[in-house]
Write a protein that binds this ligand. Structure first.
Ligand SMILES: CCCCCCCCCC/C=C\CCC/C=C/C(=O)SCCNC(=O)CCNC(=O)[C@H](O)C(C)(C)COP(=O)(O)OP(=O)(O)OC[C@H]1O[C@@H](n2cnc3c(N)ncnc32)[C@H](O)[C@@H]1OP(=O)(O)O
Ligand SMILES: Cc1cc2nc3c(=O)[nH]c(=O)nc-3n(C[C@H](O)[C@H](O)[C@H](O)COP(=O)(O)OP(=O)(O)OC[C@H]3O[C@@H](n4cnc5c(N)ncnc54)[C@H](O)[C@@H]3O)c2cc1C
Length: 627
């Protein structure tokens, strides 16, 4: 039944102003208007179709991605889109591509680590896409351990150049997105050697391919690293391998904001801390946290709408069966994820603010908040991506068998999303960074250095002052426990930022009340899940634990009538969701049925291979047939 809204009865139940919630979700009325306009623009343009992605071969998929990226760029130019609108357009095109790394890492690395002069030279070219950049840090042998990178950059004072070289197989650059087939330039990270002395890892701008015919420049061996997890999905991205054979680049292509090499071969360090070499990672981790709420909310939107459409069991006197969303078990799996999507949205907003604040301070040579910003970006990146990857998979299961179909949108979403747990810092490695920051803070309790900001609470935890470790080799030996402490610290951050959000004025009928319910679900669900820890440490009593569980059930009942409206507030188009199960009108079954017939296997009634393999089998001719 085309045009009928099968979820209208659900939408009529809602108790709050959905349009006002859409603005809260978007962040501001302006952000909502931009997002709404651009998402509809992308959805209505056949040039951005994506429903056939899972049936394309790798080569077709990759070429199609190139076409879309070029078409997106043309649209941006033709419509004179602002930077903000262009970023939204790339977001709604929804395809992993070299452009993510060009805009998300190459440009920020030059901005953060390049001198004024270097920025003036390279940024205009990059902004106009006259050069396309990638971020070549990871090598075959080392990813997490950045100090262990083996690529060398040796200064040659005779020619005023650096010689970039890959001395071993394991020093081959391996993984950088866009490197494999597209990028013309890279920020390549290498061990700097000046006058025979090693000076640590630094970033260098290296041209990879000719701007005339795209062939690799002399001394470069470059290609794609091969198929990745999931058909389609992240295979649209050309993650690459690169070897340097004594490649020479001018001295002024070392990113020199943090430290410089003079033409005489002197190594000088500015007053800024060395850690700024890691600055691009700080930036991207912050954007990944914001992105987590998008990916999770997308999966939750699909699972919630489908749970309201799907009916199983419970028919009374021939009446309709029960909507699966009405089962308490379904609610106890789905609604904490709905609450998490909102929680991550708000902590992402806050992290964006924190990043802007630390950037401003760094520009004024105030480095005091850098360790905290590093701990927050690393920890929240780890926490939100782990929860989102797990959450997407849970949403697939919440959709039963149909969730396993590509047309549900969930398998591809999972396959594209799950590497976020690894890239930009493997999640456990990042939690160890948070643990290190927390332990440093604990060791300073009682000194004149008082913890502030996100760790101010530590002064209120009396027993921390008495913490002494009796275990040999302290940190390493206890690292599994310290990682758990780091997760708990990050969860505290998420909850406290949700509560802070609720302390702001939030307009719109019933909007604040809905958010309060979600915030309580988020916090109590954590308490329920980790009640063993809370009980064993005496933070709560068994009575508290039971009360929390009772309260959760009551909160789920309060969410139930508003569930569809709460996911409508994400304002996702059917194009962006890319899911038959999650379509706005809930008309799932006819769409699933229709889509099945479009599968390439159904192009012929009798399949290719019948005469060769099936018929001989049926006719018992298999032993004589040539296979
Ligand atoms: C479809 C895609 C959807 C994505 C949507 C989001 C859009 C974003 C656009 C981006 C596009 C695509 C994303 C995919 C592309 C992926 C790219 C990559 O993966 S790039 C490679 C990333 N690599 C890593 O993250 C490596 C992880 N390792 C590290 O960070 C470090 O090596 C570390 C920290 C683990 C160890 O460092 P080190 O060896 O120096 O050891 P220490 O522990 O001793 O640290 C020294 C000192 O420095 C402090 N520190 C460390 N890092 C930082 C930092 N980043 N900032 C500030 N300070 C830092 C550390 O705390 C120590 O301080 P101290 O005071 O001495 O304790
Ligand atoms: C899809 C994708 C895109 C990528 N894009 C880029 C890119 O554009 N540019 C780029 O430079 N890189 C890129 N990478 C590489 C990525 O940044 C690294 O893979 C990532 O940082 C993890 O490093 P690793 O592979 O060395 O993992 P490893 O460090 O080898 O991790 C293996 C295991 O060891 C554990 N481990 C490692 N160190 C420790 C420790 N100290 N203590 C305890 N446990 C430890 C980890 O927790 C993990 O379980 C990409 C990766 C992927 C998957």
């Amino acid at each position: 039944m085309e045009g009928v809204d099968h979820l209208a009865h659900e939408r009529n139940k809602s108790e709050f102003d959905v349009d006002a919630m859409k603005i809260v979700w978007a962040g501001s009325p302006h952000a909502f208007v931009v997002s709404d306009r651009i998402s509809k623009l992308v959805a209505s343009d056949p040039g951005f179709r994506k429903d056939n992605r899972s049936t394309l071969s790798r080569k077709e998929l990759f070429k199609n991605t190139l076409r879309k990226a070029a078409y997106a760029w043309k649209t941006i130019i033709d419509l004179h889109l602002s930077e903000e609108e262009a970023a939204k357009l790339r977001f709604y095109v929804d395809e992993p591509a070299f452009t993510d790394v060009h805009w998300g890492m190459f440009i920020p690395a030059i901005k953060g680590q390049g001198t004024e002069e270097q920025q003036q030279k390279w940024l205009p070219l990059a902004y106009k896409m006259q050069i396309i950049g990638c971020y070549a840090q990871t090598e075959l042998g080392h990813g997490s351990n950045v100090q262990g990178l083996e690529t060398t950059a040796t200064f040659d004072p005779q020619t005023d150049e650096f010689i970039i070289h890959s001395p071993t197989l394991t020093s081959s650059k391996w993984w950088p997105g866009g490197l494999g087939k597209v990028a013309t330039h890279a920020i390549a990270y290498a061990l700097l050697i000046v006058g025979g002395r090693e000076q640590g890892v630094h970033g260098f701008i290296v041209q990879l391919r000719s701007l005339e015919d795209h062939s690799p420049l002399p001394g470069m061996t470059v290609g794609d690293i091969g198929m990745k997890f999931g058909n389609g999905a992240y295979n649209a991205m050309d993650n690459g391998v690169l070897r340097f054979d004594h490649v020479r680049i001018p001295r002024n292509q070392m990113l020199m904001r943090v430290s410089q090499v003079t033409c005489e071969g002197k190594y000088k360090q500015s007053d800024v801390p060395r850690q700024l070499v890691y600055g691009a990672m700080l930036y991207v981790r912050q954007t990944i946290v914001a992105d987590a709420s998008c990916a999770l909310s997308r999966a939750v939107c699909i699972a919630t709408r489908y749970s309201a459409v799907r009916r199983q069991f419970g028919s009374q006197n021939g009446g309709p069966e029960t909507q699966v969303i009405d089962y308490k078990t379904q609610q106890s799996r789905l609604f904490p994820l709905l609450a998490s999507a909102y929680a991550f949205r708000f902590v992402g907003e806050w992290l964006k603010w924190l990043y802007a604040d630390v950037t401003q301070r760094l520009q004024a040579n105030d480095f005091s908040t850098l360790p905290e910003a590093h701990a927050c970006t690393a920890g929240l990146k780890s926490l939100t991506t782990t929860a989102t990857a797990d959450g997407i998979e849970e949403c697939r299961k919440l959709c039963g068998g149909h969730g396993y179909l590509c047309s549900s949108g969930l398998p591809e979403l999972f396959a594209v999303y799950v590497p976020a747990c690894t890239y930009e810092g493997e999640n456990t490695v990042l939690l160890l960074q948070v643990a290190r920051f927390l332990m440093k803070t604990v060791s300073q309790l009682g000194s004149s250095k008082k913890p502030v900001g996100t760790i101010a609470y530590m002064t209120r935890v009396e027993h921390l002052m008495q913490c002494r470790c009796g275990v040999q080799r302290g940190f390493a030996e206890l690292s599994a426990d310290l990682v758990e402490a780091a997760v708990a610290h990050c969860q505290l951050l998420v909850v406290s930022k949700f509560i802070e959000k609720l302390q702001q004025e939030i307009p719109g009928k019933g909007v604040k009340q809905q958010l309060e319910v979600l915030c309580n679900i988020y916090a109590l669900f954590l308490l329920h899940k980790h009640q063993g820890d809370f009980l064993s440490t005496g933070c709560i009593t068994p009575k508290h634990a039971a009360l929390a569980n009772d309260e959760l059930r009551s909160l789920y009942s309060q969410v139930r009538p508003n569930a569809i409206a709460l996911v409508d507030a994400f304002n996702y188009t059917d194009h962006y969701l890319g899911s038959i199960l999650g379509c706005y009108d809930g008309n799932v079954y006819p769409k699933l049925y229709e889509a099945a017939w479009k599968d390439p296997l159904n192009e012929s009634v009798v399949p290719d291979g019948y005469h060769q393999y099936i018929r001989p089998l049926l006719k018992q001719e298999i032993r004589t047939a040539r296979l």
